[in-house]
Design a protein around this ligand. Structure first.
Ligand SMILES: *[C@@H]1O[C@H](CO)[C@@H](O)[C@H](O)[C@H]1NC(C)=O
Length: 448
């Protein structure tokens, strides 16, 4: 078979499983492009035949030069750069694959991509990605049977495996914690019983509810950004409830809510937290945040007064969690300019994955269905994946492998649709699901 030249931009944790999958076919010639060539070389060294180049994504000329020499570009760099990559791909008539949501800046290239005859496939990781595949599958099956989707609930979480959930958040950070924390104050919007429900960011954690998937897991879920476009995207105008959300272990939302109440998600610059400022202890930072001038005062009482949680058992759990993080201690903080970033430094230090610890992915769709004859049923689609100790994480595999599968299918001419697209039709999705199942990534479907 003729060589297929694939450019992969980025060398993050998802890149490994993606390159591993693609490098199984000798005709796939993979170039890894990073701003710092050492990063690209480190990844390329793990796969025979892969090579490394330096690409500066802030420089159009650098992108053009790299894109023009390949048949397809995988963009695993931060989403703000995708539109620049697509612009270059349109110019040189090359295909693109990303795992990110289609942004307006990316969609703006739809017509040009169609005229250039290229495929720009997006949203093909886990969430978005595998979630779309199995949502569209069931919705299509129900519609073909003449049925209706009354309600669609979908929750997904990337978590530590149960045995690694050993900290007050039941959560671990495998990369920057900043994005994770900022997402906790996003506004959310969804349909519930025919009404549009808006949750303002500061109330998002209060909106979390217990979620029962398997009895051995204590999950809570809260809505993730705007679910309302899925009425149209998934073609379910009949649905009265549409919620896409995030899963966390029990206790996470209330602990985070307390941190929010105290002011830890404040990202405004504080002179005294600048890296070059004088050393300062966690205890005095905490005192300042809650407005207590004397750091030797009873900070616990002041925190109780400040947080919205009123249940005494919960308050004790939260205070113990804060102690676990050393927030009452005389240890010096790692100053990063803002309260948010200074907290992040501590979270990343204390809540990182240890050697040999596994992560876990849980995804479940729950459909309330009414069949043509009026019968009601509940259908579920469930994915539970564990990472490999000292190997690829479940998150890296479930994002990187669907992405790699889409790349192969485009280059094989199986995925033919042109323009800026996402996995929203059975024609696009069926071959991807078939390949995923061969990889052992199996979504279990049930009718109750
Ligand atoms: C904290 O910083 C102060 C002032 O620089 C220093 O004297 C003290 O030893 C530091 N404490 C720790 C535990 O490192």
């Amino acid at each position: 078979m003729a060589d297929r030249k694939i450019l992969l931009l980025g060398s993050g944790y998802v890149a490994g499983p993606c390159v591993e999958y693609l490098s199984r076919r000798p005709e796939n010639k993979i170039t890894i492009g990073c701003r710092r060539i050492e990063n690209a070389k480190a990844l390329a060294a793990q796969f025979p035949g892969a090579s490394a180049i330096s690409v500066d994504v802030n420089n159009e000329q650098s992108i053009d030069e790299a894109v023009s020499q390949h048949d397809l570009v995988i963009s695993l760099i931060p989403y703000i750069h995708h539109a620049t990559v697509i612009k270059s791909a349109v110019k040189f008539k090359k295909n693109v694959v990303t795992t990110s949501y289609v942004s307006p800046a990316m969609l703006a290239y739809d017509e040009q991509a169609k005229s250039a005859g290229i495929t720009v496939m997006n949203e093909i990781g886990l969430d978005p990605g595998i979630d779309h595949l199995y949502a569209v599958k069931t919705i299509d099956e129900v519609h073909k049977e003449g049925g209706k989707i009354l309600s669609f609930l979908s929750f997904c979480g990337g978590l530590p495996a149960p045995e690694a959930s050993n900290n007050p958040l039941g959560y671990k950070f495998s990369w920057s914690s900043r994005g994770v924390l900022l997402a906790l104050r996003n506004n959310a919007k969804f349909y519930e019983n025919g009404q549009v429900v808006d949750i303002p960011g500061p109330e998002l954690m209060d909106s979390a509810k217990p979620l029962y998937i398997y009895p051995a897991f204590a999950f809570e879920g809260y809505a993730n950004r705007d679910s309302t476009p899925y009425k149209e995207r998934y073609n379910i105008p009949e649905a009265q409830t549409i919620i896409r959300g995030t899963l966390r272990y029990q206790g996470f939302p209330k602990f985070v809510k307390a941190l929010v109440d105290i002011g830890f998600l404040d990202d405004s610059e504080q002179d005294y937290l600048k890296p070059e400022a004088q050393d300062v202890t966690w205890r005095s930072v905490l005192a300042k945040l809650i407005g207590v001038t004397d750091a030797s005062a009873d900070l616990e009482a002041a925190i109780k007064a400040k947080i919205s949680e009123k249940d005494e058992t919960e308050i004790q759990r939260i205070l113990n969690g804060m102690k676990w993080l050393d927030l009452f201690s005389n240890k010096n903080v790692t100053k990063r300019g803002t309260y948010l970033d200074t907290l992040c430094a501590t979270l990343e230090e204390k809540m990182a994955y240890e050697e040999g610890e596994r992560d876990m992915i849980m995804l479940q769709h729950k459909f309330e269905v009414e069949l043509a004859d009026g019968t009601r049923q509940t259908r579920t689609s469930t994915l539970l994946e564990y990472g490999e100790p000292n190997g690829p994480s479940a998150m890296a595999k479930t994002v990187g492998i669907p992405c790699a599968i889409a790349v192969d299918l485009i280059l094989d001419g199986v995925l033919k649709e042109k323009g800026v697209i996402a996995p929203m039709t059975p024609e696009i999705n069926n071959p991807i699901m078939e390949a995923l199942e061969k990889e052992g990534i199996q979504v279990i479907e049930a009718i109750l």
